[in-house]
Design a protein around this ligand. Sequence first.
Ligand code: ADP
Ligand code: GLC
Length: 501
Amino acid sequence: MTGNTKPMKILFAASEAYPLIKTGGLGDVIYSLPRTLHQMGLDVRVILPAYRDILEFKPELKIAGWLEVQGAGHSHPVRILESHDERLGVPVLLADVADLFDRPGNPYTHPDGYDWPDNAERFTVFSRAVAQLATGTPDIGWRPDIVHTHDWQTGLIPAFLYHLKNAPPSIFTIHNLSYAGIFSHIEYTALGLPDEWWTSEGLEFHGNFSMLKAGLLYADHVNTVSPTYAKEILSSEFSNGFEGVLKSIRHKLSGLLNGIDQDIWNPKTDPDLVSNYSEKWQTFKGKQENKAALLKEMGIKPTAKKLQAPLLGLVSRLVEQKGIDLILDIIPELLKTTDANLVILGAGQDYFERVLTMLAKQHPQRIAFHSGYSESLAHRIEAGADLFLMPSRFEPCGLNQLYSLRYGTPPVVHKTGGLVDTVVDASEENIRNKTATGFVFDEPTPEALLTCVLRAIKIYNDKPTWRQIIHTGMRQDFSWTHSASEYAALYNNLLNTTKNG
Ligand code: ADP
Ligand code: GLC
């Protein structure tokens, strides 16, 4: 806030936002952070491409203006639509270019799973439109003081703004460095991006160009979504080739932990559950009803034995990052040496989907796999499982472990990124101090994961300790309050230190 003057105007530019369109945690953040900032009194708007899914969501829309934007070889008319639909929390703007965004599939891929071949053009056009809008074209009667961009799809926005007159300062948030928006020189030229940016100190990246790199270089501030990941990415192991660039921008790099929307993810009120519950022991019994219902829904008979056995849950994009291969590696041993059962919801790499489908077929009363994306099943797994698996090889922040803590489903996590910042291992000492909330293992290997899961299952059978871990986890505060104030301070600081503001 700027004292008793007008509230700061912040434009969030991103490629997804719940509930309009979501493929992962980015969508959750672009819903919950703007909403919290708005509640704190800032004037926040979100701009997204007008994907078909968003138009089918049918938010009330009005036309706010038109502009013309250069694409690959020709220009595109862009219609700016505006929605004040209550369901979205803050006003939402849409950059509507039917040729580029009105299609089936998700924001990045064809329904068959391959990347849209014109992604470079789609997100360059979006970025050009946002940069122009932020500098007054078209005039929609609202101009941001700061543009807050997210991930590679919006990485060109800071570069365009940097070279425009009277442009507001920008922030670039790295949600995931492993998606770098890399495209060819041919695409670069076709898009009419300036020759003078094509240098190794500029957008060029090993013979191609990277939209993420544009964001890193040109934003006035860069942050990532947890303090630990902010440190990790300065090492070659986690930098995805950007170590040098990241070190060179260290002076403007920080780590701010994500929060969650504690209303949407609330076991006390969650409409997707058969029984609502809280950490209070009287109502916590409701969790067992969710377990029975979940087993049934997933095709496993909820016998007394099954209800007593630990149920391991997983909700994830099925990609290498998430350590899915580690889970696949330990399944045979888990089935052999424990009575644990598994419920899995996920979509992603073909290979993982195929193996999981096969395992579920081979062990129909031990493993259930739902292939696809289902927001409501994700809630029911958080509530119905006893333990949540999240053995990510790296994790910028991670929201699922936060949801599972809140739902009384201790997470099993690899010691990396945001998982380090949010989960306290159930070591003997932490159990004694009553600070333990989950189970943490050091190395991303099947052996370490298996040892950790077996340790968790042992404690699952020690009910008083188990209850204490659940209770401590459920009482953690992962709301946005703290981090949103830090973002507001960052905006304020930028406004005071950049000339154009
Ligand atoms: P990431 O953003 O890397 O995927 P996060 O833990 O930050 O990881 O956020 C994942 C979000 O996506 C959570 O809200 C989770 O519930 C959701 N999610 C992931 N896969 C699915 C799926 N197949 N169905 C429903 N929700 C999913
Ligand atoms: C990314 C990261 C995840 C993070 C999410 C929201 O998708 O993989 O760790 O929680 O963005 O910031």
